[in-house]
Design a protein around this ligand. Sequence first.
Ligand code: HEM
Length: 530
Amino acid sequence: MSISTSVIYVVLAIWAAKKLASLLLFNAKRSPYPPGPKPLPLLGNIFDIPPNKFAQTYADWGKKYDSPILHAEALGNHLLILNKREDAIELLEQRAKIYSDRPQMPIIKLMGWEYNVALLSYGDEWRQHRRICQQNFNPQASLKYESIQMTKTHQFLQALLKTPKDYDAHNNVLSIGLTMAMMYGYDIKSPHDPVIETAEAATILGGRLMAPGGSLINVFPLLRHVPLWFPGAISRNAAEEVKRLTNEVVRIPTEFVKKSLADGTAVSSLVTDFYEKKYAGGGSDEEEFIIKNVAYTVYGGECIIVISRRSKDEHMYPLKAASDTTISASGTFFHQMVLNPEIQKKAQAELDRVLGTKRLPTLADRKSLPYIEAIYREVLRFKPPIPISVPHSVTTDDTFKGYFIPEGTTVFPNIWAMTHDEDVYPEPFAFKPERFFDENGKLNNDDRVLAYGFGRRICVGKAIASSSLWLQIASVLACFTIDKAKDENGNEVEINNDYEESALLVRKCKFDCEFNVRSPDFERLILESS
Ligand code: HEM
């Protein structure tokens, strides 16, 4: 052995010894991970992580391991699950400085999704995007969308009157149409509009690539440099296709806006208002870039990844920030109204008392309709649309209540477990708007809707979501009674109580029901509304 080889061996041996010593010392010194299922060597908890029903399973883990703070590890990724509201507030809000990142994957950039606000890393770019969102979606600014919300809700009532059986399709058109109108002034009449279908195609293909095992690039990031022509560069080519589709999803409605401004047919919207300002010499190129990203995030798709051992076909987790969540919430509302006719009656008594039969509700009525407010809160408590929220990520090592939380840990606040905590919400599985009233019959102060998440990444569209959903609930109950459907012999059709899950999002499966207009007065009001 030459001297130089010996020197290398000695250096390597010292390095290895130092590394081992630091690891042992570190392991001996550091606090334990929070409780959770026992990991297997190398594989960790890959077989413990549930394929679906994440929220319920993690709530069960809480009972099994007798802890509201849980830990699992899979393929080198640490997961932290928080089943209690106060722990989520302590970490995601009081320690927001280090708990506001999102888990990252190399494929995101290749697909052109790196500027999706919900996926952006916590840093300056996210801050700039979030600022534009807040400027446009805060409670005061979102008042500018009120007339669009009213028009779209009235169109929904008219569609219900015409073909009540298709309520599900009408509900999709309402939510997607509302988003497209607010972002671009683009009027969609059907969920098969080309923009919507292109966005859907991009999210489905992108979702496949982001799924566990969906692309080797996520495991070996260096593969992102493989040229597109290289045999077997399947993920690279698929990512390129997602990028092309995503560019289309931004290009089509943006061109629509520019054309409508040139024609003089443009209506106010986030993107229209920006271009009006820009053409008048006001907006910068940087702002244009951010506005386009924000509009795309809100109506287009985003995909969030969850470590899972699902079968290949189920590996798609597309989620549209604004429309999927509101569709989920209104599905729960329709379902619970059919199951609880006495709640409908109580709500209608309140609506009749405050509005009479001469007009439809407006957002100005919100303060005068506490029972409708309580239904809104109960819908989002009963079935939070994203039950384990969108994951946060920790940017430095931390300790909490004596447990070690390593840098890079993915954190899931289990919203569903919090809104089904018996200590806070007795009989959590009963749909009871009354729980939001105090002993004097006044709305209580439990007005923090946990379904919107936590901390600096809390849903930035919550004011718009809240007013859109409230208006839909009030308008439907003012005009219709939702009843069980009947078959041709007049027998009640059994209700399908199932929900479907698309990883992070839960959504009520379609079920048959009848929307019966309450009186000729309301029929006339609907027909005359605009
Ligand atoms: C009932 C309807 C909705 C629900 C339940 C909901 C829920 C959520 C949740 C749980 C998050 C993640 C929060 C966190 O990380 O802690 C989120 C993020 C987000 N939401 Fe919503 N959302 C709704 C509607 C909307 C609407 C209407 C918009 C836009 C107008 C919107 C835009 C966003 C955006 C851009 C983010 C990413 C924020 C960030 O990462 O900084 N959402 N939403």
